[in-house]
Ligand binder design. Structure first.
Ligand SMILES: Nc1ncnc2c1ncn2[C@@H]1O[C@H](COP(=O)(O)OP(=O)(O)OP(=O)(O)O)[C@@H](O)[C@H]1O
Ligand SMILES: Nc1nc2c(ncn2[C@@H]2O[C@H](COP(=O)(O)O)[C@@H](O)[C@H]2O)c(=O)[nH]1
Length: 223
């Protein structure tokens, strides 16, 4: 990542099952410069989840000790489990001009916005309906019926926080929803405030590199 660029903190939230993990994965696959914020959680791993890739899976004592040491940029209790974002990861990303992507709930989004108002972009993913949310959670087949039940019970409350967000995307058609998320990322990363030092460098006679902000190789396609 170029030090001429001021990175952004892209937060994606939704009720469980609306599709944010799926959408975030696509964004990371397309844009190599985006770093995903791997959270700490006390939840048990789902089949296929790997420690350090989806989450850092820790027990409650370890999580509590991290809170006491002030090691989280934000943390929250979600669906009965603790989740938290590493403060050092956020600090280092901001210092190096790296774009960070967060799959976190509205409580976390709110805390990050409060701490980093100039850097945070909040995107809320809406399911097309509560019925479809239930269908997706059941079809995903990763959680016990009582866990799904619990997540659906709080979905309405989570949905009610959409107005705190900068953008809302209805995830009915996955390709269309992804196109919207992609467009938001590209536009936000080109904000004047994030490109200021690149512009100043050109003005002072230096040469700056345009970062490929589309798919890898996109910067050559227009030549
Ligand atoms: N537009 C869509 N149409 C149909 N199914 C979808 C769509 N988007 C995602 N899904 C499916 O819905 C399920 C839930 O998606 P996903 O796991 O991404 O949700 P999530 O919001 O990250 O949930 P959680 O908060 O529980 O992690 C997955 O099986 C995914 O493949
Ligand atoms: N406030 C935070 N919320 C987080 C974090 N990491 C994940 N989450 C949210 O928790 C729920 C449940 O996730 P799941 O993987 O158990 O299905 C979901 O809304 C996530 O976005 C975090 O670090 N902070």
């Amino acid at each position: 990542m170029s030090s001429d660029y001021k990175g952004l903190l892209l937060v994606v939230s939704s009720p469980s099952g609306a599709g944010k993990t799926t959408l975030c994965r696509r964004l990371r696959d397309e844009f190599a410069q985006i770093q995903f914020s791997v959270s700490y959680t006390t939840r048990s791993p789902r089949p296929g989840e790997v420690h350090g890739r989806e989450y850092f899976f820790v027990d409650r004592d370890a999580f509590t000790a991290m809170v006491a040491r002030d090691e989280f940029a934000e943390y929250a209790l979600v669906h009965g489990n603790n989740y938290g974002t590493s403060a050092s990861l956020v600090r280092e990303a901001l210092a190096s001009g790296t774009d960070l992507l967060f799959d976190i709930d509205f409580q976390g989004g709110r805390q990050l916005r409060r701490c980093f108002p100039a850097d945070v972009v909040l995107v809320f993913i809406l399911p097309p309906s509560l019925g479809e949310l239930q269908r997706r959670l059941q079809a995903r087949n990763t959680d016990a019926p009582e866990v799904i039940e619990r997540r659906l019970r709080v979905a309405r409350d989570e949905l009610s926080h959409y107005a705190e967000y900068d953008y809302v995307i209805v995830n009915d058609d996955l390709n269309r929803a992804y196109a919207a998320l992609r467009a938001i990322y590209i536009a936000e990363s080109h904000r004047c405030a994030r490109q200021r030092s690149a512009a100043e460098a050109v003005l002072s006679g230096q040469q700056v590199l345009g970062i490929a902000r589309g798919a890898i190789g996109d910067d050559k396609e227009g030549l």
